[in-house]
Ligand binder design. Structure first.
Ligand SMILES: *Cc1c(COP(=O)(O)O)cnc(C)c1O
Length: 405
């Protein structure tokens, strides 16, 4: 698997900053964004980086300098984007199951808001009438995505307003004359099949007839990226061509300009990230060779949480003969990163690298077992810098009130 940071750069970072360590490559984020721009109509498409995937402000700054917008999943993410200097009109807040107060806060910040329940829509209408354009997250009842845990558009999903409630939706819109500017569908993550996005366009086609103020169709995120050597992700060129065709058709049919929005998370940052761990212990048991590393599900939970595959290589000795290993963590849970995985022969003390570690890696990390969260390092123009330090023992105590002795 080709790395855009060299193994020498990764090894140097592991020695300089210690392990476990998250390492990111700024130029990869920019090139992913540019690949999107070059494959979609430049005049009618906007991309909002789904920043829950990797929220560090230095990463947000790279995204901002590249000219991309931000999609937030909480009011705090929106505030982090403002903190970094994104203009409110370049920030989108896609809420789900949030309090109405948070939606009011988003309005007061002047950012775009997608509402995902009739309940909050009713409250929104009562308070704002038609004074603030708003988006609706609808649930299309489409099954898509890598697996059920990362699928959000099917008919048992908590996300969005079910399309089957169109009559109730219209009644609320009419009662308060709500200015519905955006329609939003996000069907899940790791969607390889371009046809899923075109199915969303078909749902939009039905809804557009009922909402004459809509001028944005937001297709969400969820583009698949390659995980295994040789694997293919979503065909971005085909997606761009198909979506442009659909958008053109809908604009013609409804006689108004329509803009397509997307909210890529993984696509922007999955491949820019490398997670480096050190092998503490080798343990042979029957025919299983365990490699026990200095991290666990507290730092990279994706393999245990939703069976995500992360390619692993031994950067200390990448040309050694391959052997099968069970790569396991140091947490008091069964935190297996990989079973029966071919990896160049490991010695204790070697550094292993996990690929595709940019998205949903550090962001899902915790202090479980009272271990420190890893440091994060960013390479830009060939130079590395620390963008968040490793925790310290004082950090573990910092939120806890002292015990009276
Ligand atoms: C998580 C999320 C995304 C990004 O999904 P990826 O699979 O990382 O591209 C986009 N939109 C919404 C609303 C999300 O919740």
């Amino acid at each position: 698997m080709k790395s855009s940071l060299s193994y020498d750069q990764l090894k140097t970072a592991a020695n300089d900053y210690g392990t476990p360590l998250y390492v990111y490559h700024a130029e990869k984020i920019v090139s992913q964004y540019q690949n999107l721009l070059s494959n979609f109509s430049s005049t009618h498409t906007r991309f909002f980086y789904a920043c829950k995937s990797l929220t560090n402000i230095h990463i947000l700054d790279v995204v901002k300098r590249a000219g991309c917008n931000v999609d937030s999943s909480s009011i705090n993410e929106a505030k982090l984007a403002l903190h970094v200097g994104f203009a409110p009109q370049n920030i989108l807040y896609t809420s789900n199951s949030v309090s109405f107060e948070e939606i009011c806060e988003a309005v007061s910040l002047g950012i775009h808001v997608n509402i995902d329940s009739l309940s909050n829509l009713e409250k929104f209408g009562a308070k704002y009438g038609n004074s603030y354009p708003v988006g609706l997250r609808v649930r299309p009842n489409i099954m898509a995505g890598g697996n059920l845990k990362i699928s959000t558009g099917h008919d048992k999903s908590k996300f969005g307003i079910p399309v089957t409630q169109l009559e109730e939706l219209k009644a609320i819109q009419e009662k308060y004359n709500i200015n519905i500017a955006n329609l939003h569908i996000h069907t899940g993550s790791e969607i390889k099949d371009v046809a899923v996005f075109i199915q969303s366009a078909e749902v939009f086609d039905i809804l557009l007839a009922h909402f004459p103020t809509v001028n944005v169709l937001d297709f969400g995120g969820g583009f698949k990226v390659p995980y295994q050597p040789g694997e293919k992700g979503t065909d971005i060129a085909l997606l761009g061509a198909e979506v442009d065709k659909a958008m053109h058709r809908l604009s013609e049919k409804y006689g108004r300009p329509l803009t397509a929005w997307f909210e890529p998370g993984k696509y922007m940052v999955s491949e820019c990230g490398y997670f480096i761990a050190k092998v503490n212990v080798l343990k042979q048991s029957g025919n299983i060779q365990f490699a026990g590393i200095d991290t666990g599900l507290n730092h990279l939970i994706r393999p245990m949480f939703y069976d995500a595959y992360h390619h692993i290589d031994n950067i200390s000795n990448p040309t050694a003969q391959q052997q099968a290993y069970a790569v396991v963590g140091n947490i008091c849970e069964t935190d297996t990163f990989a079973w029966d995985r071919a990896i160049p022969t490991i010695q204790e003390g070697d550094f292993l690298v996990f690929f595709n570690a940019g998205a949903y890696g550090y962001e899902m990390a915790s202090n479980y077992n009272s271990r420190y969260k890893p440091a994060q390092v960013l390479f830009e123009n060939g130079v590395s810098r620390l963008i968040s330090r490793r925790d310290t023992f004082e950090d573990l105590l910092s939120l806890q009130l002292p015990v009276n002795k």
